[in-house]
Design a protein around this ligand. Structure first.
Ligand SMILES: [Zn+2]
Length: 213
């Protein structure tokens, strides 16, 4: 799985130009290789039909997931991010669910998964900020670990923006896009984060469980 920009036209031109590197072998570049199963993502207008790509060197295939979605989540990343933001403002899962318009059981699943990894996620994004930025100021902790995570992601987004410009490497550089791209779509996937961020653009990792129910 490779995180790519939301604009499919741009993705096609990068596939044609051979500028998307293969995360499996590190040497080859990806070319178009059909499409993955179409899926409905709540919060995105059209059905999502992710592009599939194959490495011209090692022949491994990868699904290209746009930065608007997280791995195996049926809701747009913007909605999940909005939920995390309401939680950081002090809302419980029922209030979060009401604000973002998502079933409470689904929201509870997101929040539980995130609650298990708040400290690791904060560290990960501060690592991204330090790798991407210059003289990055690490934000002080606030006493609320949810708020601390959001501010770590905002710090990472500011660092990425300062390095790549406001258009960035996956489209407009917003905190939610940085959260998706820098986690390789695995923000809420099992086993993430497991190691320090890599210094290059978008980390990728094998698929894993954790579907929305
Ligand atoms: Zn390869």
């Amino acid at each position: 799985m490779v995180t790519v920009e939301a604009d499919p036209v741009h993705v096609e031109s990068r596939l044609a130009a051979g500028t998307i590197g293969c995360p499996s072998c590190g040497d080859g570049v990806l070319g178009g290789w059909g499409y993955a199963r179409a899926r409905r993502i709540v919060g995105l207008g059209d059905r999502l039909r992710p592009r599939r790509a194959r490495c011209r060197a090692c022949s491994v295939t990868h699904v290209l997931l746009p930065v608007a979605v997280l791995l195996r989540r049926a809701y747009a990343a913007e909605l999940i991010w909005a939920a995390l933001t309401v939680r950081a403002e002090g809302g419980g899962h029922r209030r979060v669910a009401a604000v973002v318009g998502v079933p409470a059981t689904t929201v509870r699943g997101w929040l539980r998964r995130m609650a298990e990894r708040l400290e690791e996620v904060r560290s990960w994004f501060l690592g991204v900020a330090v790798v991407a930025g210059v003289d990055v100021t690490i934000p002080d902790t606030t006493g609320c670990r949810w708020r601390d995570v959001l501010s770590a992601v905002e710090t990472a987004a500011a660092a990425v923006r300062s390095r790549f410009g406001p258009a960035g490497f996956v489209g407009a550089v917003t905190p939610v896009r940085v959260a998706v791209a820098a986690s390789g779509g695995r923000l809420l996937a099992p086993g993430w984060p497991s190691a320090a961020p890599r210094p290059d653009a978008t980390p990728v990792a094998p698929d894993a469980g954790g579907d929305d129910r």
